[in-house]
Design a protein around this ligand. Structure first.
Ligand SMILES: [Zn+2]
Length: 130
């Protein structure tokens, strides 16, 4: 006996269709083929060391663009040279988008899998001959 009525089946169909469309859109958004730069965009504020400067007691200098890079579990801040600023930052933004989108795709994959497993359970019976 199938434990699923037609309304439930069409609701599952809608859900799976919606998830697959979302998934496809996420994949398309990361298939730009443009260069990415490893690291998360980061801002650094600094003291210059001069005792008569406003940064000595108050507002620090900056922000200076940098990258936060994870190397073998350790976070490392890498300063970006002025001449490399725009290309490195846009590459890092693309990397950030890629990472976040990948996480969303994995979440959808789990949801699709769970839904399909539930569908299998609800529509499979044991055949027992009398
Ligand atoms: Zn200063």
């Amino acid at each position: 006996m199938i434990k699923l009525n037609s309304a439930e089946l069409s609701s599952l169909t809608e859900k799976l269709t919606r998830l697959n469309m979302q998934r496809a859109n996420y994949i398309i958004s990361i298939l730009h083929g443009k260069e990415m730069v490893l690291g998360m965009p980061h801002r650094v504020y600094r003291k210059c060391g001069k005792k008569n400067c406003k940064c000595y007691t108050g507002k620090r200098h900056g922000p200076y663009p940098a990258l936060s890079v994870n190397k073998q579990g350790k976070q490392k801040i890498v300063m970006i040279k002025k001449s490399d600023r725009s290309s490195v930052l846009s590459g890092a933004e693309r990397y950030k988008h890629y990472q976040r989108t990948l996480a969303k795709i994995r979440k959808i994959d789990k949801e699709i899998n769970n839904t399909l497993v539930k569908l299998k359970i609800d529509t499979t019976t044991n055949y027992i001959p009398e």
